[in-house]
Design a protein around this ligand. Structure first.
Ligand code: ZN
Length: 265
């Protein structure tokens, strides 16, 4: 199998949860992986394999609801008894990795080199309209004392603007959520020539690019935000896509944990 080409900042590697995608600049500040279709999600034992790959005691996940609620997991805090709902997790506990699941939505990982705290964010169009990535940055800042200026971000595989045709009602939803027109115009691209009509999809959404812009607006440095640039629907041998595979699609996970020798420890 020929693996898809990646930008310089990303690489493929084998792990105990199969083939994974990693981000070089994130390697120095956190333990992390973006899983591929080699790890079947959901499947029995999948999270144990992920725990092993990262060297953590447990992997925290959420009941994802396409919103912007962030659940913080603090060191020395008892683990929540019930499964929480939300779309982003923050951890400063080196024993706990945080994970989000996606099949076309954006899995996004954040790490703070100074405090060692990390975050995982799930953002499809609804989460992006609700600025879930910004909520993740704000929680890292408020709960863990991170400074957005220091944060390193990796944006994993998601449906690309090449394959994400959407209707104008999404533009209305982004406008209603308060996003300025110049950003909406940047995130929603015109259809290719000859495509789109009054009844069908007329626009394409660059959901990864929108999240990148939101991170920069939230105070991250442009040079600290890394996008893998892979479209889930165009690499079905390695990735998985709900748009392309419908009910047969699996899930990819973005998982991150503080370094074992985290500065907060
Ligand atoms: Zn595509």
């Amino acid at each position: 199998m020929t693996l898809p080409d990646l930008p310089e900042a990303f690489y493929w590697t084998q792990s105990s949860c199969g083939l994974v995608l990693k981000c070089r600049p994130l390697d120095t500040v956190a333990r992390h992986v973006f899983t591929t279709r080699e790890l079947q999600l959901p499947s029995p034992g999948a999270w144990e394999k992920v725990s092993e790959a990262l060297g953590v005691r447990r992997v925290a996940t959420l009941n994802q609801v396409h919103g912007n609620t962030v659940v913080p997991i603090r060191r020395d805090m008892a683990p929540p008894v019930e499964v929480c709902s939300g779309d982003a997790l923050v951890s400063d506990d080196p024993d706990v990795a945080v994970a989000v699941r996606a099949a076309d939505c954006v899995p996004l990982l954040l790490a703070d080199p100074k405090t060692g705290a990390v975050a995982a964010v799930h953002a499809g169009w609804r989460g992006t309209a609700a600025s879930a990535a910004v909520a993740g940055v704000e929680t890292l800042t408020r709960e863990c004392g991170a400074n957005p200026d220091d944060l390193v971000a990796a944006i994993g595989p998601s449906i690309g603007a090449c394959c994400y045709e959407v209707g104008s009602e999404l533009v209305d939803a982004f406008a209603a959520a308060g996003h300025p027109r110049h950003l909406i115009d940047r995130w929603f691209l015109a259809p290719p020539a000859g495509r789109g009509n009054r009844n069908g999809p007329t626009l394409r959404l660059d959901v990864a690019g929108a999240n990148r812009d939101q991170l920069i607006l939230a105070g991250l440095r442009e040079e600290n935000v890394f996008m893998c640039g892979l479209c889930t629907a165009m690499h079905l041998d390695v990735l998985t896509s709900y748009r392309a595979e419908k009910e047969r699609s699996g899930r990819l996970a973005g998982v991150i944990a503080p370094l074992a020798t985290s500065p907060t420890r």
